[in-house]
Design a binder for this molecule. Structure first.
Ligand code: FAD
Length: 473
């Protein structure tokens, strides 16, 4: 049964139209469908009552105020590249789409920060910063499409985060519309600042459940230095995991440290030949960006640790084009694997010491449930993406994959890790979150949600699940 009646929908649409410039409120079937869900094939979604393509923070505020008045759920949408169903609408929800709030307001070289609207594409910010000799490091593989608003709301990671940190490490200040419809600023732009609770950090990774972000101030760094690439071919995922552990134990932090297993190598090879022998069970790609002789010595040491951990071949790439082709292949992994079937993306993260054990566990779980699991990993962070691939329409395989997905999370927790390193909870990992967090911590989450979103309209049901707002006594 529909949660909202037709007359309630009509009233919401009328009140939204009264607040918005013509053209902002979209209700065509095509636009609804195109804005109703993210990339997570397995997460449910419904038909929103309206999509609002916003241009100003005050429009966002007006939409939230209408939603508060009507008790109508509202979900923010960046580019919809999320992999957990976090941007999915349900029947009757209002979607706030940020594609036209995509202005880079300021790149400040003196203070080394950028002020951007939430719909700015990650790569566009990186290019603008580079134009001033600066660098915005967080680089999710989706950087060509995903937005800064979505990156902040999921605390996105990426390839160079192993050395330079994730999105949250760069967030200085946020402008946010709260669940009460107030437009506020949290955080600061100064180099230091401890006035009050760190509400900006609380908003980071909150998946649109605590506030709708309308502007972001991000820390920038000086431009990166040229890096050397080291490549290793391994006879097993375990030996590749051992190599990552050995490099970390030696106190070396590559600026990028990625892994592709044999299924990923084969899928990428089928799409864009990269010339890797199909007998290779795992490939490690590392970059070292320390300057001068120190950089040369560190790169040599990484290749040596690869060899000592069992690599059948390991070397510093002498051909920058060849090395870049391998990193490009890494970025293509998801697309290449999607050609094999329906993909359910895992995102567990374990301590580096537990990486070999987790990689072996993935293979054991794949065999146990007769599921193809291809693993790419931000290996230097211990952040694995085992991608569970099932033939489209094969319900039995899908059921087995669902069990395997849950087992992978349980295994990561048992190894001292977490169920998600960067993709977030969304709809797909709510059970896993309850498994990972203790009851008092879940209760703290609920209290925070109720405080910032008393009407329970901000992306309800995401992260904590349907009971997140306690019923009034
Ligand atoms: C091929 C591929 C590779 C990927 N690689 C990576 C990777 O390396 N690292 C990584 O971390 N992720 C990766 N992802 C996942 C995804 O790109 C990230 O989660 C990204 O941050 C989502 O950004 P988006 O703009 O698409 O947000 P969406 O998917 O639209 O939304 C994500 C969440 O953010 C919320 N949100 C969006 N905008 C706002 C706003 N203005 N205010 C409040 N909440 C908002 C949404 O409600 C939702 O909860 C990948 C995805 C794909 C498809």
């Amino acid at each position: 049964m529909a949660r909202f009646t037709e007359s309630q929908d009509a009233q919401v649409l009328q009140d939204l139209a009264a607040q918005l410039t013509q053209g902002r409120l979209v209700s065509s079937a095509a636009s609804m469908a195109g804005h109703s869900r993210d990339f997570a094939d397995w997460a449910e979604s419904g038909a929103p009552v309206a999509v609002v393509i916003v241009a100003h923070a005050h429009e966002v505020q007006a939409v939230v105020q209408v939603c508060v008045a009507h008790g109508r759920p509202v979900v923010a949408r960046g580019a919809g590249t999320g992999l957990a169903g976090a941007a999915n609408a349900e029947d009757g929800w209002v979607v706030i789409a940020f594609e036209e709030m995509n202005r880079i307001v300021e790149v400040n070289s003196l203070e080394r920060y950028a002020v951007v609207q939430p719909g700015v594409i990650n790569d566009d910010l990186r290019r603008a910063a580079a134009g001033k000799g600066l660098w915005y490091p967080p680089d999710p593989v989706s950087s060509a499409w995903s937005t800064i608003g979505g990156n902040v709301a999921t605390n996105a990671g990426g390839l160079c985060c192993v050395k330079y940190g994730v999105t949250g490490d760069y967030v200085l200040e946020l402008e946010v519309v709260t669940g009460t419809g107030d437009l506020v600023r949290v955080g600061r732009r100064t180099a230091k600042g401890v006035a009050g609770y760190d509400l900006a950090s609380l908003l980071v990774g909150s998946e649109g459940t605590l506030g709708i972000i309308t502007e972001v101030t991000l820390r920038l760094r000086p431009s990166p230095k040229p890096a050397r690439a080291i490549v290793g071919f391994f006879p097993s995922v375990e030996s590749a995991g051992e190599a990552v552990r050995a490099v970390a134990e030696a106190g070396i932090t590559p600026s990028t440290f990625e892994l592709m297993d044999r299924h990923v190598i084969a899928a990428v090879e089928a799409m864009t030949p990269i010339g890797v022998d199909q007998g290779v069970a795992a490939l490690l790609l590392a970059k070292i960006d320390d300057a001068g002789v120190e950089g040369d010595e560190t790169a040599l040491a990484v290749a040596t640790y690869f060899g000592e951990s069992g690599a059948t071949w390991a070397d510093q790439s002498s051909d920058p084009a060849e090395a870049e082709a391998l990193f490009a292949a890494r970025r293509l992994s998801h697309t290449a694997l999607e050609r094999l079937g329906t993909v359910l993306s895992e995102d567990v993260c374990v301590p580096k010491s537990a990486l070999p054990a987790m990689l072996v566990a993935v293979e054991v779980i794949a065999e146990k449930h007769d599921i193809l699991i291809a693993t790419v990993a931000h290996a230097g962070d211990g952040n694995l993406h085992p991608l569970l691939i099932t033939p489209p329409g094969d319900q039995a395989a899908r059921a087995r994959a669902q069990v395997a997905f849950a087992e992978l999370m349980t295994q990561a927790i048992a190894l001292g890790g977490t169920i998600t390193g960067e993709h977030g909870i969304g709809l797909l990992k709510r059970d896993g979150l309850l498994e990972e967090l203790s009851d008092p911590v879940v209760s703290l989450h609920r209290q925070i949600k109720n405080a910032l979103d008393p009407a329970g309209i901000l992306n309800p049901g995401k992260v904590l699940g349907p009971d997140e707002v306690d019923s009034p006594a």
